[in-house]
Structure formats: C-alpha cells, structure tokens
Design a binder for this molecule. Structure first.
Ligand code: MG
Length: 415
C-alpha cells in the first residue's frame, strides 16, 4: 500500500489549562492518519504558522513510508535549524508518521523499535508542598500508590510564584518569580535530611535544580546532597554553561540527569561521549520527535548513559505515549517522568482544569499501575483525540509569567 500525505493540521486544546499542540497528518488512504505531539505550550501559535505555511506545502503528496527522508527534509529545508519552534513542529509531523507506520504494520510502536525489554516502565512522580508537612503528605500518598521514585521540592523550585519583588530587592524592581539561591540551597539540604529521617532509604529520591544556581553553587550543593543518596540530581548546570558540568562530575558522585532544554545534538554529544551524565532527559518534541530521540537513545546506550525522558504536564498524552514506547524497548532505559492521569497533587499557577477533562479529549493514554506505566497495545502510538471535545478547552495566548524568574537584585535568571 502506498499512502501519501494529503493534509496536515494543527489541533489546539488545553483541557488542564496548559496549551497542548497536536499535529494530525491525514493520508490518501481513507481512515489512515497519524497524530503527533508538537507541544510548545508558550509559543503555540508559532507552531501552527510553521505547519500551515511551511511544512504542509513541503510535504503534501509525499510517501508517508519514508520517515527518515522526510525528517531530514524538514530539518534542512529552512537552512537554519535546531530551534525549539521548528523542532516542535517537525516533531508533530514525525510522531504522526510513526503513528501511521505502526497502523500500517498493525503493531504498537514499540514493536517497530525491537519489541519489549520490559513489560512496563518504572516512573517517578513529582512531589511538592508549601512546607515540609505538605510535602510529606504528598510523598506518603505517592508511596501508598506504589510509587518507588519521587522527585521532591518545596516552594516551587526555590522561587515561589510570580508577584511583587521582595523587600530585599532594589526599589522599583519589576514583578517576577524571585529566587533566593542561598536560602534555596540551605532549605533543600534540610528538606532532604528531614525526608530521609522520616521515610528512611526505602524510597528513591530525585531533585531538580531547574538551572536555578550559579555553577559553583551547584557544585557545592551537589556535594552536600550526596549524603542523602539521591537517584539523580537534575539540570544542576544551565544549558548555556554546559562545560561546567565536567567540574561538577569530577567533584561529586551524585548521579546527574541533564537535558530537558536541549535542542541541538552538540548540546548532548560531549556529555555522553565523555560519560559526564548518567541520565539523558531530553524533551522528545523539543529535539524533533521520535526519529532523533530513538537515535539518541541508541547512541547513549553505547556509552552506558540511561534514559530519563522529560515527561511534564506541558506535553500532550501523545508525547507521553511516545516516551513509554521508547522506554519499553530501550535496553538503557533508566526512569520515566510521569505527570499522571491521576489527579495532580501540586497545582501550578497556570493549571486550571481537572484530569478528567484531559481524558475526555484523549483516549488510549498509557495506564499507571503500582509503580509502572503500561503502553496500550493499539497499532501506532495508540492515542486518539476527540476533536469535538478538544475545542471545548481552547488554548489561551497569554503572557507567560512563571518564566519571568529574577535574582534578588532584580536580574533576569533562567527559569
Ligand atoms: Mg526539570
């Protein structure tokens, strides 16, 4: 059967108040289509522009079978490449083509990657709380649900929420999410001391620095956290200061996870070849979809680096399912971040709707059971979207506030 690309459409929906971007590739075969995740929650209109004005005219009429060729065509067509907007748009098409490939083969996607290395993937959940007691309640709740790996945080990555500048800032400082790095470091070290005292060493703990420390502080922080036997420390070094991670690696044995902001192979190549990180955690749509992510997974395997794909709330269930398909197969799978189809325990500023709205729009979402997430056995990625339900939850184009992070002196800081 030869199926050609007939149409490419962008579908917006925000069932949880987070903008999700889905790309639908329709083919010349009646009823044969694919869905991909192109979620760039904070620039969603730009993705639609790229799809409608550039990728659709480039791709209509081409054979859906040739994913590798089409990926490189999309990647090179604009001459300038590896940007987050274009990568997400490419991902939407790429994932949709893999979805179609699985449907044509009548197999779930993981079968096309080589079948199962495991029946389900172990996941971690993110626990937060405004204070230690609230955090402990959330950790206990996850443990009761069978979660074995928990990422812990208190007070929103050390910055709280968007608002007025604190009194320590210069007069006239702009509104923002204000960081106090030294306090964050002190509070977090105390936090892990208290968590270990209360829960012991029977639970695996992670922590995300979220690029919110100066590199030398990150090194000091990692060394102090070492005693609490973390599963990993995440994004301790900002993307733009990547080379500092060599020094971090030399000075601590804390396992390092890095990469949810990566766009370009040059950002991860040296980390893997030099075996500086333990877990690669790129955001699959941010690097251009399943095609480059599968190559990255195999590349990392050669150097003993495991996967920990980014799986946040600002990702569609199609993106989550793609993570799970790759995780089921990958020999070097490490852990999967899971935002869950269960009710969220920590409501971020922009999060408005309930999880059941998400499940009204998307069906076939991978299922959580006792510490593991299972893919479904439907052909392709296995997720369906109810387009009528999707329009009930429109995306909003607002000015993003949670990324307006500032140091105490008022300087803009990486979010
Ligand atoms: Mg992170």
């Amino acid at each position: 059967m030869v199926a050609k690309i007939r149409d490419i459409r962008t579908i917006f929906t925000a069932p949880e108040g987070i903008n999700l971007v889905v790309v639908k590739v329709e083919t010349t075969e009646p009823g044969l289509y694919g869905l991909g995740c192109a979620t760039f929650a904070y620039r969603h209109l730009a993705i639609k522009g790229l799809i409608d004005d550039y990728l659709k005219p480039l791709l209509v009429g081409r054979d859906v079978a040739n994913i590798e060729d089409i990926w490189h065509l999309m990647h090179n067509n604009a001459y300038w490449r590896n940007g987050p907007v274009v990568n997400n748009a490419i991902s939407g098409v790429d994932m949709a083509l893999w979805d179609i490939k699985g449907k044509m083969a009548n197999m779930p996607l993981y079968q096309l990657f080589g079948g199962k290395s495991r029946e389900a993937v172990p996941i971690y959940r993110h626990a937060d709380g405004n204070d230690f007691n609230e955090l402990c309640e959330n950790i206990s709740k996850y443990k009761e649900q069978g979660i074995t790996h928990i990422r812990c945080q208190s007070g929103g990555y050390g910055g709280g929420f968007y608002g007025k500048a604190p009194k320590e800032s210069p007069l006239g400082s702009q509104d923002g999410v204000y960081l106090n790095s030294k306090k964050y470091m002190r509070d977090t070290i105390k936090l892990f001391e208290d968590i270990r005292s209360k829960f012991g060493y029977d639970v695996e703990l992670c922590h995300d620095v979220h690029e919110r420390l100066a590199p030398i502080d990150a090194i000091k922080f990692a060394r102090e956290l070492e005693q609490f036997d973390l599963f990993f420390l995440e994004d301790a070094i900002p993307l733009e200061q990547g080379e500092w991670i060599r020094q971090l690696r030399q000075k601590t044995t804390i396992p390092l996870a890095q990469g949810e902001l990566f766009n370009n192979p040059y950002e991860w190549k040296f980390l893997i070849i030099e075996r500086i990180i333990d877990y690669i955690r790129v955001h699959m749509s941010q690097i251009g979809g399943i095609t480059p992510s599968r190559k990255l997974q195999v590349f990392a395997e050669q150097f003993g680096v495991r996967t920990a794909w980014h799986g946040p709330g600002d990702m569609s269930p199609i993106g989550h399912a793609a993570n799970i398909h790759l995780g089921i197969t990958a020999h070097n799978f490490g852990i999967q971040e899971w935002s869950g189809t269960e009710p969220p325990n920590f409501v971020i500023q922009e999060l408005k709707g309930p999880k059941d709205a998400l499940l009204e729009v998307f069906s076939g979402v991978p299922e959580y059971r006792k510490g593991y997430v299972y893919p479904n056995e439907k052909p392709g990625i296995g997720i369906e979207i109810n387009e009528k339900a999707a329009v009930k939850y429109p995306c909003e184009n607002t000015v993003t506030t949670w990324t307006q992070t500032r140091s105490i002196d008022g300087t803009i800081h990486t979010p």
